[in-house]
Design a protein around this ligand. Sequence first.
Ligand code: HEM
Length: 416
Amino acid sequence: MGKWIIVVSKPELMKEVFQRVDAFQKSEKKAHLRHRRVSNPAFSRSWPPELFGNLAIELFEVMDKASEKSPTFDIFHFAMRYALDVLGLAAFGYNFRGIRKTGSELEKAYHTAVDGMSDMKYVLLPILEEIPGFRRPKLFNRIDYLNDVILDIIKERKQNLKFKKVNSDNDNYDEPGDLLYYMLKAEETQDYLKSRLTSEELLNDMKLFLIGGHNTTAISLAAAIYFLGRNQECQEKAREEAIRIIGDEKKNIIPNSEQIKELKYINMVIKETLRIHPPSPIAVGFRRAQKDTRLGEYAIKNGTILLPHIYASHHSEESWEEPHKFNPERFANEKDTANKYFPFGGGNRICIRMNFSLAEQRVFLTMLVRKYSWKITEPSIHKDELQVETTLFGLADPKNLEVEDIKILTIIAHHV
Ligand code: HEM
């Protein structure tokens, strides 16, 4: 669009761009700080594994049914449905019911809104919205509907909290324990916040939460399933660990918080997946130089836009041995990778929901690998490399990622 962008891919320079926030900044600093402060307490807590585990069990039931009908299915779609249901519950206690595909009206509205927003024609030429024949009244109607439902939930929550405050000895109000609840509560207690977030601002946060977390986590889960499907020995190792730590009873088991900490190998699988296939290949939302400055040996002019390129840095031959090889063992020692690994960006704008997403992935993959074994469908377009479709937001969605042979582990164990 007529502007030069400097792509930064050397790990040491990326780190500098992320950390020197006085020199390289993302936009909307003040508003961003305020939002981040309010949502930080909600995210510094640990999320109950049941939030992820109960929905995983639901998904397994649906997958089992699907595999009765067809031996192969597109795993990314299942991961997407799962990730959205998790987010709805975690954000504002709403079950989208995407897993069961009994899809609520809100789920449909969400998808229509996201698809509409991602339509490249309209992103490049917003003027189209003004031209008869190109206008999209149905899309705006769905966005209004989405906003109204979430706003109603926010207003009701605010009422309930007020009610609770006034009637402090009346403890009938159940604490929902979702993001919205903690954000409202943080506002109550944090005096340094000069002004409360309005319902509109909270609405935007809720939507950002859904959009930011939906594809990214689904990509990461689908990619982990892909790499474990292609690397059977890693799958076996992950399974052995899951069984060792949560047992081999013939029923679904959700790992508890203590067990999750012991899942060293599965954690390494997640890390390696995020290295080799970072869902967000670039740190979305560029940094802009705030003054004339230096970056390593380069002179950077005030106002220059910089783009930290996560994918490039994760595949640099200078920093990684055999960067295209899936090898979870490279994360055996945290120190070896600390300065060159940025799947969640870095500095003061590092992905605010990183721990949430990691917790979700740990629970889901542990349960999956304990229960099922799988391989990649043959022949596959993904034989040599995971094929992707890049979305408007720069994310790398796996394309038609089919897996086959999802077998229930206990049956395999029985044969052995
Ligand atoms: C595997 C999962 C995820 C990956 C790889 C990922 C990656 C990223 C990256 C690269 C950034 C930009 C950071 C920077 O510029 O330095 C980011 C920011 C962000 N992510 Fe994530 N993310 C993931 C999961 C999530 C989830 C689950 C949510 C919400 C529930 C979320 C919400 C956000 C938000 C709101 C920001 C903007 C933060 C800010 O500007 O302060 N992300 N994420």
